[in-house]
Design a protein around this ligand. Structure first.
Ligand code: NDP
Length: 321
């Protein structure tokens, strides 16, 4: 066998809470997992400051430290963690088939099972002032960071279900929430719209977008642009939440694995099974609804158990009837 082809039992693609939890369980089940970290080792949590909502950390923990500890825990049981990107896959449709994955356009991994934990990436507006103040008051996760703006004035961008849900969440803890919607209507479900409209400290601005986020080191205000009148208006805020959607990192699986129209991998019922035998998906790559570290970790555990059971069925001697 060439040096550039390696055969393993379980390949885990992605190193967020889903990937590392899958690794902990897979390693303890002796599946000798290999994790490829991807471009952002540790995943989305490494771009967060304090994680206050993961059970077991009464004082909270910073995102990068938590991910380092998860990695160490996975390694303690024999997981091999490698820095690298899976750049292409060739997935088998056969039960017991071998799946192939290319690492950094070079080496090939042949795996009996693959656990996809590639996560998702929050979309940003991509204007310079917003990019500069990411981590300084600009956030894409109200549930993660909203608490730091308790009693303060904040704004949120977006008109979908996520924005509506996060706006209501923020309205419960902040003094005032201004919601910027670029169209003259809200895309969110009627139920969510009613919820938003019932909150006295939440002001919805239609036909309104971000012109500039104000502040040097931290967010101090927002310059809004009315796209109908071209009028600009400044408001004082300390936090700006971007809730304009997420993109699952599943491009390399397109055309091979069943996904919904937005690229989220479809899993079977309550399991992490995809339409392909031996390929499992967990975390944000298959969840557009909850997207929390703890739910990702939970599905990571499920994916490893599903992989272990799958291997047991294909390795068990066939019964002679
Ligand atoms: P959506 O794609 O549904 O909504 C994105 C929102 O952001 C839209 O209002 C869109 O505006 C706006 N937007 C996009 N780009 C920009 C931009 N550059 N500037 C300003 N505004 C922008 O994403 P969601 O994350 O809200 O939802 C994703 C999916 O998950 C949906 O199917 C949703 O129903 C589902 N979901 C369900 C929940 C639940 O049932 N509890 C909770 C959360 C999500 P425009 O309308 O003009 O395009």
């Amino acid at each position: 066998m060439s040096e550039k082809v390696e055969r393993i039992k379980t390949l885990i693609i992605g190193s967020g809470p889903a990937g590392y939890t899958a690794a902990i369980y897979a390693a303890r089940a002796d599946l000798k997992p290999v994790v490829y970290t991807g471009m952002e080792p540790g995943g989305q949590l490494t771009t967060t400051t304090e994680v206050d909502n993961f059970p077991g950390y009464p004082e909270g923990i910073d995102g990068p430290t938590m991910m380092m500890q998860l990695q160490q825990q996975a390694e303690r049981f024999g997981t091999e963690v490698r820095i690298g990107m899976i750049t292409a896959v060739e997935l088998s449709k056969q039960v017991g088939g071998i799946h192939k994955a290319t690492v950094d356009n070079d080496k090939t991994i042949e795996a009996e099972t693959i656990i996809i934990s590639t996560g998702a990436t929050a979309k940003y507006l991509n204007i310079p002032s917003e990019q500069r103040l990411r981590g300084g008051g600009v956030s894409a996760c109200a549930v993660c960071d909203g608490f730091f703006y308790k009693g303060q004035d904040v704004a949120i961008v977006g008109g979908g279900d996520t924005a509506a849900e996060e706006a209501s969440y923020l309205a419960n803890i902040c003094n005032k929430v201004t919601m910027l919607i670029r169209k003259d209507y809200m895309r969110a479900s009627k139920a969510m719209q009613h919820r938003v409209n019932s909150l006295p400290n939440l002001e919805v601005r239609f036909n309104t977008q971000v012109d500039e986020v104000l502040g040097e080191q931290v967010v101090e205000g927002l310059r809004m642009l009315n796209n109908q009148t071209n009028e600009k208006e400044d408001i004082a805020i300390t936090g700006l939440f971007i809730a304009i959607g997420h993109k699952p990192n599943t491009d390399i699986f397109k055309g091979q694995i069943d996904m919904d129209e937005t690229g989220y991998i479809i899993t079977n019922g309550k399991s992490t099974k995809t339409n392909l035998p031996g390929v499992f998906a967990c975390g944000d790559s298959q969840d557009k609804e909850y997207r929390q570290a703890v739910t990702a970790a939970g599905t990571g555990c499920m994916a490893a158990l599903d992989a272990e059971r799958y291997l047991a069925t294909i390795e068990a001697p066939k019964e002679v009837v």
